[in-house]
Write a protein that binds this ligand. Structure first.
Ligand SMILES: [Zn+2]
Length: 336
C-alpha cells in the first residue's frame, strides 16, 4: 500500500472505530439507563432488607407496646436478649457487650431509689416508718409510675429496649428485719418489684436492729417480685481492704447466697456505695452481671451511669424530686 493510501486508510479506520465507539457507548448508556430505571424500584428493597426486617420489628412493636420482659436470667448476659411481650410474643434485640450501656438507653431516665431500714420508731436519717414507705408507694402509684425489676433495667441498659412511660426501680439495703416485716408485704400489696441487698454475715443477727433470717430470705427470694443481690459478707468499705479480703467479700458472699437460696446471684451492691477500679475488676471477674453503686460522683439516673458496674441511685428522700423527670425510652432503637 502506498503511504498516501495508508494514511487515508488510517483516517477511515479511525473514523470508523470512533463511530463504532460512540454507537457502542450510546447503546450501553441506553441499556444501563434502562437497567437502572428498571431496577430503581427493586434496588432499595434489595439494599434495605435489614431495614425491612427492622420495619417489621417496628410494626410488630407498635402492637406489643412497652411491656417487654427478658424471658429469663440466662439471656441477660447474651449478645442478643430475648424478650417476651404482654401478649406472649417473642422479640430478640442485640445487646452491647457487658458492661457497656446502649446509646438508646442513654435517652431514658430510670430512677433507682435506695432505702435502708423500715422501722416503727426511726433512729437515724436513713430510717423510714412503714407508714412513710406506704406514702412513697402511693406517690409512685398516683404519678402513674411503673416499678420495674432490675432484670428489666439491665436488659434495657444493654439493648435500649423500651420501658414503661415512667419507670422506677426500688432497692433496699442491708437485710433488716423490717424489710421482711413491713417492706415485703407492702411490695406484694402494690405488686412492686424490688431488690434486697444482703450481706451474708448479717443474716439472722439481731444486735441493735433485727435482720432477716435465712428462712425469711428464702420466702422472699422465691417471690418473682424480689431479686436478692450480694452486699458482701461483712459490709466493709471494699476500697480499704486487701485483695485477699476483697476476694472473700465478693466471691464467697455470692457462693453462700447461691447455696442457701438455690439460685444464681448476678447482682452486687457495693457497701456504702464505694468502689474503685480494683473493686470493680474483682466484682466483674466473680461472675456478676452488674453492680449497684451510690454517690459516685453524685446521685443520677441509672441511664447516666458510667457502665453496668456503676449503676447510680437516688437516696429515698429524692423521690418527689425525681418523679416528674422519670422517663422510659420512646421506641425501639431500630425504629429511630
Ligand atoms: Zn449497706
Amino acid at each position: 500500500m502506498l503511504p498516501k493510501n495508508r494514511t487515508l486508510f488510517h483516517v477511515i479506520a479511525i473514523a470508523f472505530l470512533s463511530t463504532a465507539c460512540v454507537l457502542i457507548f450510546s447503546s450501553y448508556r441506553v441499556i444501563a439507563t434502562g437497567f437502572e430505571s428498571q431496577h430503581n424500584t427493586l434496588l432499595p428493597s434489595l439494599i434495605s432488607l435489614k431495614q425491612l426486617k427492622n420495619q417489621q420489628v417496628c410494626n410488630k412493636y407498635k402492637n406489643i407496646g412497652r411491656e417487654l420482659e427478658p424471658v429469663n436470667n440466662q439471656v441477660l448476659s447474651s449478645s442478643e436478649i430475648l424478650f417476651k411481650t404482654s401478649r406472649n410474643d417473642k422479640l430478640s434485640l442485640p445487646a452491647e457487650p457487658v458492661p457497656t450501656i446502649h446509646q438508646a438507653a442513654r435517652k431514658s431516665k430510670v430512677p433507682v431509689i435506695m432505702y435502708h431500714d423500715i422501722i416503727s420508731k426511726k433512729q437515724v436519717i436513713y430510717d423510714l416508718t412503714p407508714q412513710e414507705l406506704q406514702k412513697h408507694f402511693e406517690l409512685i402509684k398516683l404519678a402513674k409510675m411503673t416499678p420495674i425489676s432490675i432484670n428489666r433495667l439491665i436488659a434495657h441498659l444493654r439493648t435500649g429496649s423500651p420501658l414503661p412511660n415512667k419507670p422506677i426501680l426500688l432497692t433496699f439495703d442491708d437485710g433488716y428485719g423490717g424489710h421482711y416485716e413491713y417492706a415485703y408485704p407492702l411490695l406484694k400489696k402494690y405488686g412492686y418489684p424490688a431488690v434486697f441487698a444482703i450481706h451474708t454475715s448479717g443474716v439472722g443477727v439481731n444486735a441493735g436492729r433485727t435482720h432477716v433470717t435465712w428462712s425469711q430470705l428464702k420466702i422472699m427470694a422465691n417471690d418473682p417480685l424480689i431479686t436478692i443481690s450480694s452486699h458482701s459478707k461483712t459490709h466493709p468499705a471494699l476500697t480499704k481492704i486487701s485483695d485477699q479480703q476483697l476476694y472473700k467479700e465478693v466471691v464467697e458472699s455470692k457462693q453462700i447466697l447461691e447455696a442457701k437460696l438455690n439460685r444464681s446471684i448476678i447482682y452486687f451492691t457495693y457497701p456504702y456505695g464505694n468502689y474503685d477500679l480494683r473493686v470493680k475488676k474483682i466484682v466483674t471477674e466473680a461472675g456478676y452481671l452488674a453492680a449497684i453503686a451510690f454517690g459516685d460522683p453524685t446521685e443520677m439516673f441509672a441511664n447516666q451511669s458510667k457502665d453496668l458496674f456503676a449503676i447510680a441511685r437516688f437516696e429515698k428522700s429524692r423521690l418527689e424530686k425525681v418523679i416528674p423527670q422519670a422517663w422510659g425510652s420512646p421506641i425501639l432503637p431500630q425504629c429511630d
